[in-house]
Design a binder for this molecule. Structure first.
Ligand SMILES: Nc1ncnc2c1ncn2[C@@H]1O[C@H](COP(=O)(O)OP(=O)(O)OP(=O)(O)O)[C@@H](O)[C@H]1O
Length: 692
C-alpha cells in the first residue's frame, strides 16, 4: 500500500517536511565533518609540502578539490531542500498503471525537486521535470500516458490535486472536482508583479508544457503574442533540458541573448528558484563588442531607436538607409560582395621565386574557385602552402619554410585593402554602383551607425573567420523580432548549436513586408515553429484594448477581469501632469508594488521625471540602468519591452506625439506591459491611433 494514500493532506505535508528537516540536518552534519577534513587535508599539505614530491602534492590537492566540489553539490541540494521546506509541492496525481489492480493506484506529489526519504525508501516528491510529472500538465482525470526512458507508460489518472504551500503552511488544496487549472491560474495571475520574474511551475499550461519538454527540435522558434509566457517558458525549458541531460549540459553550456541589462536583471531569479544556476546573458552588442574595437565610435541600438522615434526621421535619407540595410536585398548584396571578395579586394600578380613562378591567373583561380570555403585572409595561407607543395619535387626543387613564407607575403601584398572600415566603405560604394537606388547608401566613418554595425562584422568574419564559443550547446534568443537577417546569420555562424528563438512579430518597432518568421525560415531551414496566442499577463479588458490598437486578431485574452483602461484628456501638458500626479498619489503602493510611467522617448521620460520628482518618489530607468526596481519608475517603451508592471501610465498620447506606424507599435508594447491597471493621458487632442 502506498504510504501517500493513507494519510490526510496536512499529515502528509508534515511527514514530508519532517523528512526534509532530518535530511537537511544530516547534510549539515556531513558538511561540518567534510569542512573539517578539507581544512585538515589542506593544513597537512601546507605543513609538509617540503617533504612531499610533486606527485604527492598534486594528488593531495586533487582530493581536496574533489571534496570541495562534493561539498558544493551537497550545499546546492541543501538549499533546494530548504526551498522545498517552504514550498513543499504544488500538485499530485494518483495514477494506476495499465494492467495493475485498482488497489495498486499510487499518489505522486510534484514539486520543485525530487525528494527521496531514506527512512521510507520512497520518493515523497517528484521533480516537476521528471517524466511522470508531465501527466500533471497534460491530462485531466482519465486515460493518460508519459514517456519514460524505457518507453511509453500508459494508465489512468484517478485523482488530481493542486496545493499552495507557503512558508511551510498549507494555504489551500483544490481537487479535481473544480476546473483546477483555471481556478489556480486566476489566483496566480491576480497577484502583483514583482521586480523579478517568478517561476510558473505550478500552473504551466498544456501548450506551454509541450514547448518546455520538446527536446527534439534543434532550432525552436516560438512566436508568442504579448504576455503569452514566452520568456517564462524559455527559462523553464532551460531548467528542463539541464535536468534531462545533466551529464551533457550544464549552465555553462547555455547562453541567453537578451535585449538589455534591465531585462537580464528582471529574469535573473527564475532559474535559481528552479534550483539551477544562473545562465550567462549578453546583449548581441556586448557579444560582438570586441570585434569593432578599432572603430572610433559606434552608435548603440537605443540611439538608433531614438532616431526612429524622432521627427528628424521622417523622409530622411538615414531612414531609407536603415530600411534598406535591414532588407533581404541588402543581405543578398553583402553575400555577393563576399563571394567577389578576391576580385574586389585584391590585385593579382605573377609570383616568381628563384626558378619557380606562379601566374596571376593561377593564383586568381585558387582564390576565386578553389579555396572559397575559407575566410579570405586564411585562404592566403592555404594557397601559399598549396602552391609550395605543387612545386615540391619539381626539377628536384625542395620548398623550404622560408619560401612558403615568401609566397604568403607576396600573396598578402596583393590585397588592395585590409582595413575593415575601408572595406565596408568600398562595399557601400559598390552597392550604390550596382543598384540604381532612388537614394544614396551612406556610411559615417566618425560614428558608425547601428545599421552598419552587423553588416560590417559580417564582412570582418568573412575576411578572418568566426570565433564562436564552442562550449555553448544551447542558445536562447529573446525578442527575436528586433534582429535583422544579418544578425541572425552571424549568430548562426557563431553558435552552431541548439537554439530556442522567441519573440513576437507584433511587437516589432516597425512592421515590414518580410516579417522575422520568414527571415528565420530562410536562415534556419530545419526550424520548428510554435505559436502561442493565449495571453496571461493583462486583465481581459487591458488585453482587449491592446489588441485593438494594432488590429490584432490572434490574441486570446485570459478571462481575468479588471478595470477598463482609462483615457484622460487635459487641455495642457501641465494639467495632464497634475492629473497624473493626483492618480499616482491615490494609488495604494502596498497593493500595486510596481508602477511604470512609460514614455515614448528618453527625452520625454527625462522631462516627466524632472517635472514629477519634486512631488513624488520616482526612479528613472535609462539605457544605462542595469537593475529593475519596484515603486514608481519612469522609462521608455523600448526599455519596458519584456517587463511587466501592476499599473502602467502612458502620458502625452496626443496627436503630435503618437501618429506614425512606429508610434502605434510603441503604444501597443506600452499598453501590454500592464497587469491590472492602465491609464492613458493626453493633452490637447487625442492621438488618432486611439480615436476609434
Ligand atoms: N502558465 C502560466 N501560469 C502563471 N503565470 C503565467 C503563465 N504563463 C504566463 N504567465 C505569466 O504571464 C506573464 C507574462 O509572461 P512572460 O513575460 O513570460 O510573457 P512574454 O510572452 O515573454 O511577454 P512579452 O512578449 O509581452 O514580454 C508573467 O507574469 C508570467 O508569470
Amino acid at each position: 500500500m502506498d504510504i501517500n494514500l493513507c494519510r490526510d493532506e496536512k499529515e502528509y505535508l508534515q511527514l514530508v517536511q519532517d523528512e526534509i528537516n532530518s535530511t537537511v540536518e544530516q547534510l549539515d552534519e556531513l558538511a561540518k565533518t567534510k569542512q573539517k577534513e578539507i581544512f585538515e587535508a589542506h593544513k597537512y599539505v601546507v605543513q609538509n609540502h617540503t617533504d612531499m614530491d610533486a606527485m604527492e602534492i598534486f594528488s593531495n590537492n586533487k582530493i581536496i578539490a574533489n571534496d570541495i566540489d562534493n561539498l558544493e553539490k551537497r550545499t546546492a541540494i541543501k538549499s533546494r531542500l530548504e526551498r522545498m521546506r517552504d514550498n513543499t509541492y504544488f500538485g499530485r496525481i494518483d495514477f494506476l498503471f495499465e494492467g495493475d489492480a485498482s488497489e495498486d493506484v499510487e499518489a505522486y506529489y510534484i514539486g520543485l525537486g525530487d525528494f527521496t526519504s531514506d527512512k521510507f525508501r520512497e520518493t515523497l516528491v517528484y521533480d516537476w521535470r521528471a517524466p511522470i510529472s508531465s501527466m500533471y500538465y497534460d491530462y485531466e482525470i482519465g486515460p493518460a500516458s508519459y514517456q519514460a526512458p524505457i518507453g511509453d507508460m500508459c494508465g489512468e489518472i484517478t485523482k488530481k490535486k493542486q496545493y499552495k504551500v507557503k512558508n511551510g503552511q498549507l494555504v489551500y488544496v483544490l481537487d479535481n472536482e473544480i476546473r483546477i487549472a483555471d481556478e489556480i491560474l486566476q489566483k496566480e495571475l491576480s497577484h502583483n508583479a514583482d521586480n523579478r520574474m517568478k517561476n510558473i511551475v505550478a500552473t504551466i499550461q498544456k501548450e506551454q508544457n509541450a514547448i518546455v519538454r520538446n527536446d527534439k527540435a534543434r532550432i525552436m522558434i516560438v512566436q508568442g503574442i504579448a504576455g503569452s509566457g514566452k520568456t517564462s517558458i524559455a527559462l523553464h525549458r532551460i531548467a528542463y533540458l539541464i535536468y534531462q541531460s545533466r551529464h551533457e549540459l550544464n549552465s555553462n553550456n547555455i547562453l541567453i541573448i537578451s535585449p538589455n541589462p534591465i531585462f537580464s536583471d528582471y529574469i535573473s531569479n527564475v532559474l535559481p528558484e528552479l534550483g539551477e544556476e544562473n545562465i550567462r546573458q549578453y546583449s548581441i552588442q556586448e557579444l560582438i563588442a570586441d570585434e569593432l574595437k578599432e572603430i572610433v565610435k559606434v552608435e548603440s541600438k537605443f540611439e538608433q531607436i531614438e532616431f526612429l522615434l524622432s521627427r528628424e526621421m521622417e523622409g530622411s535619407n538615414r531612414k531609407r538607409n536603415i530600411d534598406y540595410k535591414q532588407s533581404e536585398e541588402f543581405f543578398g548584396l553583402l553575400q555577393h560582395f563576399v563571394e567577389e571578395f578576391p576580385e574586389q579586394l585584391m590585385a593579382f600578380k605573377d609570383i616568381s621565386l628563384e626558378e619557380i613562378c606562379f601566374s596571376k591567373e593561377e593564383i586568381k583561380h585558387h582564390f576565386c574557385n578553389r579555396f572559397t570555403g575559407r575566410p579570405l585572409l586564411s585562404r592566403a595561407e592555404d594557397i601559399a602552402n598549396y602552391l609550395a607543395e605543387s612545386k615540391e619535387g619539381y626539377q628536384g626543387l625542395k620548398i623550404t619554410k622560408l619560401m612558403r613564407k615568401q609566397i604568403k607575403v607576396k600573396l598578402m601584398g596583393m590585397f588592395k585593402e585590409t582595413e575593415l572600415v575601408s572595406i565596408y566603405e568600398r562595399f557601400i560604394g559598390w552597392c550604390n554602383e550596382v543598384r540604381n537606388l532612388p537614394f544614396i547608401l551612406e556610411m559615417n566613418k566618425e560614428c558608425l551607425a547601428y545599421e552598419d554595425v552587423f553588416p560590417m562584422i559580417y564582412l570582418k568574419y568573412a575576411l578572418s573567420g568566426y570565433t564562436g564559443d564552442h562550449k555553448i550547446k544551447h542558445l536562447v534568443i529573446d525578442e527575436m523580432q528586433d534582429y535583422t537577417r544579418v544578425e541572425f546569420e552571424i549568430l548562426k555562424r557563431l553558435f552552431n548549436c541548439k537554439m530556442t528563438i522567441l519573440g513576437d512579430i507584433y511587437q516589432v518597432l516597425e512592421p515590414k513586408e518580410t516579417n522575422v518568421l520568414d527571415t528565420l525560415k530562410e536562415v534556419f531551414e530545419e526550424a520548428e515553429l510554435i505559436r502561442m496566442n493565449r495571453t496571461y499577463r493583462s486583465t481581459f479588458e487591458i488585453a482587449t484594448f491592446g489588441k485593438k490598437i494594432i488590429n490584432q486578431t490572434e490574441m486570446i485574452p485570459f478571462e481575468r477581469h479588471g478595470e477598463a483602461p482609462q483615457l484622460k484628456g487635459s487641455t495642457f501638458y501641465s494639467k495632464m501632469l497634475e492629473e497624473m500626479l493626483v492618480d499616482l498619489k491615490e494609488l495604494d503602493l502596498n497593493q500595486y508594488t510596481t508602477v511604470a510611467i512609460i514614455c515614448k522617448t528618453l527625452s520625454e521620460a527625462k522631462k516627466v521625471y524632472n517635472d514629477l520628482s519634486p512631488y513624488i518618489e520616482v526612479t528613472l530607468l535609462t539605457t544605462s540602468s542595469t537593475v529593475f526596481t519596484s515603486g514608481i519608475i519612469i522609462t521608455t517603451s523600448y526599455l519596458a519591452k519584456g517587463l511587466e508592471f501592476d499599473v502602467v501610465f502612458i502620458p502625452s498620447v496626443n496627436e503630435k506625439n503618437y501618429y506614425t506606424p512606429v508610434d502605434k507599435q510603441v503604444l501597443y508594447v506600452s499598453c501590454t506591459r500592464a497587469l491590472h491597471l492602465l491609464h492613458i493621458y493626453y493633452d490637447h487632442i487625442l492621438s488618432p491611433i486611439l480615436e476609434s
